[in-house]
Design a protein around this ligand. Structure first.
Ligand SMILES: Cc1cc2nc3c(=O)[nH]c(=O)nc-3n(C[C@H](O)[C@H](O)[C@H](O)COP(=O)(O)O)c2cc1C
Length: 241
């Protein structure tokens, strides 16, 4: 009987021990699964961080794109009108650079805004061939009603009280695109100062022709340059006006 009791107690002890051991075993599993989930969380954190990290360059790329488009916009605006705030604007049309050089001398000398008349359809060398009766420039100059389109426009024309307008002489006149320009703006209360460059011709009736097409503005007599004048020579004329 005593022996049997001992046997039962031993069995109970073994049973209790095995329960205890199995409980410990499952506890470890719980711990390891907690550790695993910790890893997942870390992984997730790392992934999130990686995402944030990879988002940063993306967003800075986006910023760069935004900045680039801002620069583009600025460039466009700058091309048309620099130093907003000036009350003098120098407008010019030039294909081979002679009129541009004079316009830049005036604009630099007066710290004025500058605007280039750019044809919507740019003139090619063939277009400018005045030896060819069928070239675009010859055809336009033979047609007083031709009005070549201009790309862009002067921003804030109302802020200027003095406008210089420069162009090359084509067949004794201002190119037709100047007609397009002067007919597009109101020059009321503005002093308009025409200037031109040519191989040898004088201003002729080019300036008065533009004045009557504009219909508004106080137009001064035009001045002809060869295109090779120094900035000092150009400013001498400007300061003498
Ligand atoms: C179509 C065409 C017609 C021209 N006609 C004359 C002209 O009648 N008289 C003249 O002296 N020069 C004439 N030229 C020369 C230009 O007036 C001269 O080269 C001018 O300085 C060009 O200016 P830009 O370089 O600003 O384009 C003509 C040039 C072209 C392209």
């Amino acid at each position: 009987m005593k022996f049997q009791m001992k046997k039962i107690i031993t069995l109970l002890f073994i049973a209790a021990l095995s329960i205890l051991l199995s409980a410990c075993g499952s506890g470890q599993e719980t711990n390891s699964s907690t550790a695993e989930s910790d890893n997942v969380t870390n992984e997730q954190n790392e992934t999130t961080e990686a995402a944030v990290e990879s988002e940063e360059p993306e967003s800075s790329t986006e910023q760069a794109v935004v900045q680039e488009s801002a620069i583009e916009e600025t460039t466009e605006a700058t091309t048309e009108t620099t130093e907003a705030g000036s009350n003098t604007l120098v407008v010019y049309f030039s294909n081979t650079g002679n009129t541009r050089a004079i316009a830049e001398s005036i604009a630099n000398g007066l710290s004025a805004d500058i605007y280039e008349i750019i044809a919507e359809e740019p003139y090619t060398e063939a277009d400018l061939d005045y030896g060819d009766d069928n070239s675009r420039s010859t055809q336009e100059m033979n047609d007083p009603s031709a009005r070549p389109a201009i790309s862009g426009s002067v921003e804030y024309m109302e802020q200027y009280d003095t406008v210089y307008i420069g162009y090359p002489i084509w067949w004794g006149e201002a190119p037709r695109i100047l007609d397009t320009f002067v007919e597009s703006y109101d020059f009321t209360d503005k002093t308009v100062i025409p200037f031109c460059t040519s191989a040898s011709s004088g201003v002729g009736s080019s300036a008065s022709g533009l004045a009557s097409l504009a219909g508004t503005g106080n137009w001064l007599e035009g001045q002809r340059f060869s295109g090779s004048e120094s900035a000092e020579e150009v400013m001498e004329w400007v300061n003498g006006l």
